[in-house]
Write a protein that binds this ligand. Structure first.
Ligand code: HEC
Length: 160
């Protein structure tokens, strides 16, 4: 996520193949592969998971499925950038839409924001620590408000 975040922020060169690979990795670990890691009453071990997972299991399952849906869409749309010239973006989007049934408006950029929001909405509800170690160290994401005790809302794009 961190290396993808840097690419989408324009800090490092955009590499569609890397985005595809990262997305595939996330997709592989999502949905039922993820929910299976959380059998009921599995909190004997030190864990950042909150017991509310099993009270709001539907929401937990939904977010796991969303993670798969969005990461797969990102894999398929890795070539479709928001900043592409509109004609190139349009024809690329149409091709992608026909092959994968991805909505024409789904650019890699918007899907990445959706993906980051899915990570953080699940962590906000179901994980004890609010900020992942990766993002804790990401100074670019620490606005004044954040460092004065605010919360990270969206791991990649938004603070407090
Ligand atoms: C369906 C809910 C859910 C979604 C979606 C989700 N996570 Fe998590 N994540 C958790 C929970 C719960 C934990 C705490 C697990 C534990 O400590 O047992 C966690 C832990 C983590 C950790 C710490 C792992 C460790 O070994 O301590 C990282 C890093 C992480 N998530 C990254 C992400 C990223 C990046 C995304 C989005 C691409 C994401 N997560 C999406 C629920 C989710």
């Amino acid at each position: 996520m961190k290396s993808m975040s840097a690419m989408f922020k324009g800090k490092t060169a955009y590499d569609a193949e890397a985005v595809r690979q990262h997305s595939r990795t996330i997709a592989k670990h999502s949905d039922t592969t993820l929910t299976k890691l959380f059998p009921e009453d599995s909190l004997q071990h030190a864990s950042e998971a909150k017991p509310v997972i099993w009270q709001k299991w539907d929401k937990f399952e939904f977010l796991s499925a969303e993670l798969k849906r969005i990461s797969e869409a990102l894999e398929n749309s890795a070539d479709v950038r928001e900043s592409d010239s509109s004609e190139a973006a349009m024809s690329m989007t149409m091709d992608t839409a026909m092959m994968t049934e991805t909505a024409a408006s789904d650019t890699a950029d918007s899907l990445f924001r959706e993906l980051a929001d899915t990570c953080s909405s699940c962590h906000t509800t179901f994980r004890k620590r609010k900020i992942t170690a990766d993002y804790e160290n990401d100074q670019s994401c620490r606005t004044a408000a954040c460092s004065s005790g605010g919360r990270l809302l969206s791991a990649a794009t938004q603070c407090c």
